[in-house]
Design a protein around this ligand. Structure first.
Ligand SMILES: Nc1nc2c(ncn2[C@@H]2O[C@H](COP(=O)(O)OP(=O)(O)OP(=O)(O)O)[C@@H](O)[C@H]2O)c(=O)[nH]1
Ligand SMILES: [Mg+2]
Length: 295
């Protein structure tokens, strides 16, 4: 039998560059939620891709930003630990947004990293060829890694070449997860995230950042049915009103869309109850952050 390779690659990058989209594309399923709002990902989520003789564990991370409160402080500390701890780091840039001060800040901290750094320039589907060339030059000028891959995580363009390169960096070692496993997330966290994804898709301005989702109850009354009770925390009565919507229509739409996603991911019928509750400053509440799984 041939030797297997395995290891961890952590993804760093500004909010919204497409880190979670790439992780989902590589593992072939939704392990991390995606939205057009910055700071969608709040914790480190492991996505597992397994080939015939390799296993690549991708660590999806929150977008790097300046911490503002206990929530973002926890997120940032986690990012720094994970980027230093992997077998390689993947710095992700956006061709659409170009290389800016946030990217330079992260690139500088990665040049001091003990692990090899690979650069991916994402969203090349959004700019023409000259735009791609320009951003590749700007990426090279960061002098953080010799290997720069132009990709479009959303369409899959360039992703196979990037994966092949990441796999080549892995050291010999046994598989760390069962080959069919796509994530290390407990089912409750994945479910809460799928509900939050639907909230993000339907809210604007400060509301997306003010939402925390907790699964209060998950039971399987019989084979093929999962009953879920989910609490959506917001920070103000006005936000609660927005989420519930006129005649309860908004929360109903969120629940219906989330239930479909959960059914697809869990492969079971789902009965989903969603309630909205207000807790002022929950983002500063260390106890609630623990329950939200944000370490
Ligand atoms: N056109 C295009 N859009 C993309 C691509 N990759 C991601 N996106 C979009 O970019 C937005 C952000 O994607 P995410 O995967 O949530 O970004 P992220 O880097 O994980 O963001 P944070 O979790 O906030 O740090 C979403 O609307 C995606 O659909 C791509 O290759 N092309
Ligand atoms: Mg993300």
């Amino acid at each position: 039998m041939s030797e297997t390779r395995s290891g961890f690659v952590a993804l760093g990058g500004r909010p919204n560059v497409g880190k979670s989209t790439l992780v989902n594309a590589i593992v072939g399923g939704k392990v991390a939620i995606v939205s057009d709002k910055p700071q969608t990902t709040r914790s480190a989520i492991r996505g597992v891709a397994t080939g015939p003789d390799w296993q690549l564990v991708l660590v999806d991370l929150p977008g790097v930003q300046r911490p503002r409160d206990a929530l973002t402080r926890r997120m940032q500390a986690r990012v720094e630990r994970e980027l230093a701890d992997g077998d390689a780091a993947l710095l992700m840039l956006s061709a659409e947004q170009g290389v800016g001060p946030g990217d330079r800040f992260l690139a500088r901290s990665l040049t001091r990293s003990p692990v090899p750094v690979v650069v991916a320039v994402n969203k090349i589907d959004r700019v023409g060829r000259p735009g791609v060339v320009r951003v590749l030059q700007d990426a090279a000028a960061l002098e953080v890694g010799d290997d720069i891959f132009p990709i479009a995580a959303k369409t899959g363009q360039g992703v196979d070449a990037l994966v092949a390169h990441l796999v080549s960096l892995l050291a010999p070692g046994p598989f760390l997860f069962a080959p069919a496993q796509r994530t290390d997330q407990p089912r409750e966290l994945l479910v809460a995230e799928l509900v939050r994804e639907q909230v993000l898709a339907r809210t604007f301005q400060e509301v997306p950042h003010s939402v925390g989702v907790v699964v209060e109850d998950l039971e399987r009354p019989r084979q093929g049915l999962i009953r879920l009770r989910v609490v959506v925390w917001v920070e103000a009565e006005s936000q609660k009103g927005i989420l519930i919507g006129a005649g309860g229509r908004q929360i109903k739409a969120i629940g219906t869309a989330a239930r479909r996603e959960i059914e697809r991911e869990l492969g079971s019928s789902v009965h989903l109850d969603v309630v909205v509750r207000v807790r002022r400053h929950w983002r500063a509440d260390e106890g609630l952050l623990d329950r939200l799984g944000i370490e």
